[in-house]
Design a protein around this ligand. Structure first.
Ligand SMILES: CC(=O)SCCNC(=O)CCNC(=O)[C@H](O)C(C)(C)COP(=O)(O)OP(=O)(O)OC[C@H]1O[C@@H](n2cnc3c(N)ncnc32)[C@H](O)[C@@H]1OP(=O)(O)O
Ligand SMILES: O=C([O-])CC(=O)C(=O)O
Length: 444
């Protein structure tokens, strides 16, 4: 049986002529224009990145390697006694686009075990931080500390660096990172919230199950972890964490530098940290409005307007690309509705009430282009229900999942030899000049 790396090598080799041909024969074909509002407004909708790992349609939502979320869950081999695939099966699929056999999944699971030994200086670096540092700082520092092990950096410095095979050492780092990051995350969780009660890896368990085991969670949480990591893995490559990782790696900074930077972007409240903000908002709502009464749509409406009128965003709602409810939201909502106990949980019912209320309020407010919920509006309540109540940790969970997409992407970036990223900037005076010229042209 060919290994994952051998399969990937063949795929990259076969794919390269497509990219070469596009650049050589069709490099001048236009795929878009850039307006002043796009240049000032965060390059929204500017088509200047390429990835085949996932694609985000504004109305349909994400497809991983051409498959919707339900199709992905359906297609991949499942974890033992579970309705969900293992994260390892999903990793194989993201990298290759092929649905792996059970034997191929077992091989990835076994291989990740060999990659999971985290050097003790990584623990020392994290322990050296003040204990009240944000867990995303700890994750970013942990990743940077592991950079010493980078096989890509070692290859680059070996004097034998060769662009054609450089992807192989990115792949090695990528596999090390996706295998180790849940171990680092579990360490941070145990350090911060379980009085440094550290639990060894269980070599019999797949990644999601082992993460549940390491943070002291119950059997049912194993599926929560698998589902969560897969759903949060990738959202094409323009989002802040994926784009940052791609950008930093484009300078041939190794995957540790690149993903540590990506993690720092994920820690922003308009991006990954919104899931922590959602829990914070919802619990503050309960505290302020529901001490002596049950939540009602009227109370939720009032709280939403209070947030908007104070100039803040409603966390978990809106999106830069999506124009409908995020299918990752729906997938997690379905999980809640199908889980006895969770289905009737007070906090889930409140989250569901916000879902019924917030889009109308945001439409009336009239600013957000997309009034519908995104992934972050539904993820925290599941963690909360299972007892992971330290919501400043939620973005670390996101970072564990997002590693899969970012690492698959930069492996292919190197495989296809993507260039150092360097868009051109202009000055405000130039924009004003072009604006005047276009005004004149329109009036002639
Ligand atoms: C995993 C993820 O990263 S998913 C996104 C997680 N982030 C959040 O949930 C935070 C809340 N949402 C937002 O802030 C935004 O919707 C974003 C950051 C996700 C997208 O930003 P944009 O693409 O700029 O959104 P959009 O074009 O709709 O913004 C237009 C206006 O609506 C406002 N707006 C957008 N979403 C919201 C919201 N949820 N609540 C209030 N106002 C909003 C914007 O702040 C902007 O206001 P401005 O004109 O005063 O600057
Ligand atoms: O796509 C985006 O801009 C943000 C997002 O939902 C993600 O990164 O998962």
């Amino acid at each position: 049986m060919a290994t994952l790396k051998e399969i990937l090598a063949k795929k990259i080799e076969e794919f390269r002529p497509r990219t070469t041909r596009l650049v050589k024969e069709f490099g001048d074909v236009k795929i878009g224009d850039v307006t002043i509002s796009q240049a000032i407004g965060g390059a929204r909708d500017v088509k200047c990145l390429v990835t085949d790992i996932s694609y985000l349609d504004p109305h349909e939502g994400i497809r991983f390697r051409g498959k919707t979320i339900p199709e992905t869950f359906e297609a991949l081999p499942k974890a033992p006694n579970s309705n969900y695939p293992t994260v390892e099966a999903f990793w194989f699929f993201l990298l290759t686009g092929d649905v792996p056999t059970q034997a191929q999944v077992d091989e990835v699971i076994a291989e990740w075990k060999t990659r999971q030994v985290v050097p003790s200086y990584v623990w020392d670096a994290i322990r050296g931080l003040p204990r009240d540092s944000h867990p995303m700082v700890m994750l970013s520092v942990g990743l940077l500390a592991m950079q010493r092990d980078s096989k890509f950096a070692a290859f680059y410095n070996s004097g034998k660096f060769n662009k054609n095979v450089a992807w192989e050492s990115v792949y090695e780092d990528a596999c090390d990172i996706v295998a180790r990051i849940p171990i680092v995350a579990a360490f941070i969780y145990n350090l911060k919230y379980r009085s440094d009660f550290q639990v060894p890896i269980d070599p019999k368990l797949d990644m999601g199950a082992n993460f549940a085991h390491m943070i002291g969670q119950c059997e049912d949480y194993k599926d929560v972890a698998r589902m969560y990591f897969i759903l949060h893995s990738d959202h094409e490559s323009g989002n802040v964490s994926a784009h940052t990782t791609h950008l930093v790696h484009s300078a041939l900074s190794d995957p540790y530098y690149a993903y540590s930077a990506g993690i720092n972007g994920l820690a922003g409240p308009l991006h990954g940290l919104a899931n922590q903000e959602v829990l914070d908002w919802t619990l503050k709502f309960q505290e302020k409005y529901c001490k002596d009464q049950e939540p009602t749509k009227e109370l939720v409406t009032k709280a939403l307007w209070d947030t908007l009128n104070s100039g803040q965003v409603v966390p978990g709602y809106g999106h830069a690309v999506l124009r409908k409810t995020d299918p990752r939201y729906m997938s997690q909502r379905e999980f809640c509705l199908n889980t006895p106990g969770l289905k009737d949980d007070k906090l889930f019912k409140l989250v569901a009430m916000i879902f019924e209320t917030a889009p109308g309020v945001l439409m009336e407010h009239g600013k957000a282009k997309n009034p519908w919920p995104n992934v972050d509006a539904q993820s925290g309540v599941i963690q909360w229900y299972y007892g992971v109540r330290e919501w400043d940790f939620y973005t670390v969970l996101f970072g564990v999942g997002r590693a899969l997409g970012c690492m698959a992407n930069i492996t292919w970036d190197r495989g296809l030899g993507y260039a150092i990223e360097r868009p051109k900037s202009v000055t405000t005076a130039m924009l004003e000049k072009w604006a005047e010229e276009s005004k004149k042209a329109a009036s002639n």
